[in-house]
Design a protein around this ligand. Structure first.
Ligand code: PXP
Length: 247
């Protein structure tokens, strides 16, 4: 399929459940393996400063469990930069991180982070990783990302999801249009456009249908749904919905 959109499966919340009891179950490597077998196109995780889900030894365990490209989400800190340089994931995605937040709350202020990010981006690229910035679907942020040398921008879909689930049809349509417009602009700027955050079976199709988007990163819903149907089935269903949206 030429127009296929990739699915990056974020497995953070397998580690959240594991850490609730402090043991080794459910095993993060098994999650990476099942996601690979179920048709994921990439494995994503977020190594947070407080290690609330993914922990340092998980990185090599995930690497050993899958042949898929790995997308490491991280804050732009010196500590994470050293870890990313050493781990050499296929992609490093910079996200804003606040200690008290439940999940990544908004996109990066790429323009404001310029001085900190530029040297990190250059070193990571020289080290063989592609670099992605998680931003709001906002042309100002997109242009800042391009100036900083980002290979990829992931557009935050959280607001679109919230508005859709709240039944705010017109506002959701406007937000979707912002994502679609930024995806087009990204292509013109030579940046690969991706999207993600908060996506569910109910909300994935309008986003997947945006033809310029190359990849969606989805985690919490897939792991939550796996409680009822299993991880393989939840990923396969998401894959089907994404394929339908592109058909
Ligand atoms: N993209 C980014 C940058 C994220 O931080 C997350 C959550 O870790 C996701 C995508 C996936 O979001 P969700 O877990 O809500 O599907």
């Amino acid at each position: 399929m030429t127009n296929r959109i990739r699915l990056g499966v974020n497995i953070d919340h397998v580690a959240t459940i594991r850490n609730a009891r402090g043991g080794a179950h459910p095993d993060i490597a098994r999650a990476a393996q099942v996601a690979t077998e179920a048709g994921a196109d990439g494995i994503t995780f977020h190594l947070r400063e407080d290690r609330r889900h993914i922990m340092d030894p998980d990185l090599q365990a995930i690497r050993a469990a899958t042949h898929l490209p790995i997308n490491m989400e991280t804050a732009a800190t010196d500590e994470m930069h050293v870890i990313a340089m050493d781990f050499k994931p296929e992609t490093v995605m910079f996200v804003p991180e606040k200690r008290q937040e439940r999940t990544t709350e908004g996109g990066l202020n790429a323009a404001r982070e310029h001085n900190k990010l530029v040297p990190m981006i250059r070193m990571l690229k020289d080290n063989g990783s592609r670099v992605s910035l998680f931003i709001e679907p906002d042309p100002v942020q997109l242009i800042a990302a391009q100036r900083m040398g980002a290979d990829i921008t992931e557009f935050h879909t959280g607001r679109f999801v919230e508005l859709t689930l709240a039944g705010e049809k017109e506002l959701a349509a406007a937000e979707l249009e912002r994502i679609a417009d930024c995806a087009k602009r990204a292509i013109d700027l030579g940046i690969e456009p991706q999207a993600g955050h908060g996506l569910t079976y109910e909300t994935v199709q309008p986003v997947a249908a945006i033809p310029e988007l190359t990849e969606l990163n989805i985690g919490h819903f897939l792991i939550g749904e796996a409680v009822f149907v299993g991880l393989e089935a939840s990923i396969k269903r998401m894959r089907e919905l994404m394929d339908e949206a592109r058909a």
